[in-house]
Design a protein around this ligand. Structure first.
Ligand code: SF4
Ligand code: SF4
Length: 342
C-alpha cells in the first residue's frame, strides 16, 4: 500500500488509518489488543476525539512508551478558549503525551479565523507555539462550511465525510484540498455502516492519492479486512465498479448517515442515529437483529416525537429527521407484520 503525506504537515503514513470512535464500546484490554494489532499490521495514524468518551484513554494505554512511533490526531468541541484549554489538557493527560500531531476543531458550523472575536483560532496558534500541538486541523460535515475552511487556507488538514456515496461537490472539495496542499482526512468511508463491502469502499477512496481514510474499527475481523490491504494494493476492478454503481443507485440522496449529532437533545429520547435509517439497516445488515424486542421498543419511541424540530436544526445533512423517522417506522411495522419482505 502506498503512503501519503497529509498536505504540508510532513505526516507521511500508509493510506489506511484507524478511527478510534468505536473503541469506546469495547473494554480497555480489547481496545489495546486491537490498537496494537493495527500498529503491528502497519497502521500509523490514529484519530480520536475528546467527545469519544474513553477512546483517548484507551489509546494512551495501548501505546504507552511508543509515542514517537505513531501519529495521533484528536479534537475539541469547545467553543470558548476556556473549554479549548481544558479539553487539550485532558486529552494530553488521557493520551499520556505532551503533544498532539494534529488538533482539530470538531464538527464546526463556522470557520474560526484570527480576530473573529471568538479567540478560538488564537488558541490553536498559542498551543502550537507552546509545542502542545504540531498542526492545526478541523472537521466539518457541511459542504458549504468545508469549502469556506479550504478557501481560508488557515487549516493544515480538513476531516470530512467521503465515500463512494458522496456527491460531485464532495469530490471537488477533495481536489481543491489537493490544489491548496491541505491534508484530507476521510471519515465515514462506509457511510455510517451502509456500505457493506470493504474492498469497494477502499478501492474507491484509493483512487484519490491525497485522501487518508480513517476506518472506524471495533472488531478484530474488521481490522483484519483493512489490514489485508497493506500488502494487497486496492484495485478498482470491473466487478467492484459495477457493484459501486448499483449501490450508488440504491443509496444516493437523503439518508441518515448515523452520525448522531442530532441525538443527545431529543426530548423524546429517540435513538435517531439507528431509527432514522432502520429501513436501510434491515435490508443491508439483516443478520444484526433489528427485529428484537429491544429494537422494537426503540422504534416505538418514534410515536413519542413531539415535532420540536431540534434534530432538524442539528443535522449536518439538513435532513427532515422527524419525517424520516416516521417513514422508517411505517416500513418497520410492515416488515414486522410480514407485509414486506427484506
Ligand atoms: S422532532 Fe422529534 S425526533 Fe426530533 S428532537 Fe424533537 S422529539 Fe426528537
Ligand atoms: S438525522 Fe442527521 S444528524 Fe441525526 S444521525 Fe442522521 S445524519 Fe446524523
Amino acid at each position: 500500500m502506498r503512503k501519503l503525506t497529509l498536505g504540508t504537515t510532513g505526516i507521511t503514513v500508509p493510506q489506511n488509518a484507524f478511527g478510534a470512535l468505536p473503541i469506546q464500546r469495547i473494554s480497555k484490554e480489547e481496545a489495546a489488543k486491537l490498537l496494537r494489532k493495527a500498529y503491528d499490521g502497519g497502521m500509523r495514524f490514529f484519530d480520536t476525539a475528546r467527545a469519544y468518551s474513553d477512546s483517548e484513554e484507551k489509546l494512551g494505554y495501548a501505546f504507552e512508551g511508543m509515542r514517537d512511533k505513531i501519529y495521533i490526531a484528536s479534537k475539541t468541541m469547545g467553543t470558548t478558549p476556556e473549554k479549548f484549554w481544558e479539553d487539550l489538557k485532558t486529552t494530553l493527560t488521557n493520551l499520556k503525551t505532551d503533544y498532539l500531531d494534529i488538533y482539530q476543531f470538531h464538527c464546526v458550523n463556522q470557520c474560526y479565523r484570527p480576530n473573529d472575536g471568538t479567540g478560538m483560532y488564537e488558541c490553536m496558534l498559542e498551543a502550537k507555539k507552546q509545542g502542545k500541538i504540531r498542526h492545526i486541523g478541523i472537521t466539518a460535515h457541511k459542504i458549504e462550511v468545508a469549502k469556506e475552511i479550504v478557501e481560508s487556507n488557515l487549516y493544515e488538514t480538513l476531516q470530512f465525510p467521503f465515500s463512494y456515496l458522496c456527491s460531485q461537490k464532495d469530490i471537488d472539495l477533495v481536489k481543491r484540498c489537493k490544489e491548496q496542499s491541505i491534508g484530507f482526512i476521510a471519515m465515514k468511508g462506509l457511510a455510517g455502516g451502509l456500505i457493506t463491502r470493504s474492498d469497494a469502499a477502499m478501492s474507491y477512496l484509493y483512487q484519490y492519492d491525497n485522501v487518508l481514510p480513517i476506518w472506524g474499527i471495533q472488531k478484530e475481523q474488521e481490522l483484519d479486512e483493512w489490514l489485508s490491504f497493506m500488502d494487497k494494493e486496492p484495485e478498482m476492478t470491473k466487478e467492484i465498479s459495477d457493484f459501486i454503481e448499483k449501490d450508488r443507485k440504491e443509496l444516493m440522496g437523503d439518508f441518515c448517515r448515523g452520525c448522531g449529532y442530532c441525538m443527545p437533545t431529543c426530548p423524546a429520547e429517540i435513538e435517531i442515529a439507528t431509527c432514522a435509517r432502520m429501513s436501510l439497516l434491515l435490508r443491508r445488515s439483516p443478520s444484526a437483529g433489528h427485529l428484537t424486542k429491544e429494537s422494537q421498543a426503540k422504534m416505538a419511541k418514534i410515536d413519542e416525537c413531539i415535532d420540536c424540530g431540534v434534530c432538524k436544526t442539528k443535522c449536518p445533512y439538513e435532513l427532515d429527521t422527524p419525517n424520516l423517522l416516521r417513514k422508517n417506522y411505517e416500513d418497520y411495522k410492515k416488515v414486522l407484520a410480514g407485509e414486506v419482505t427484506v
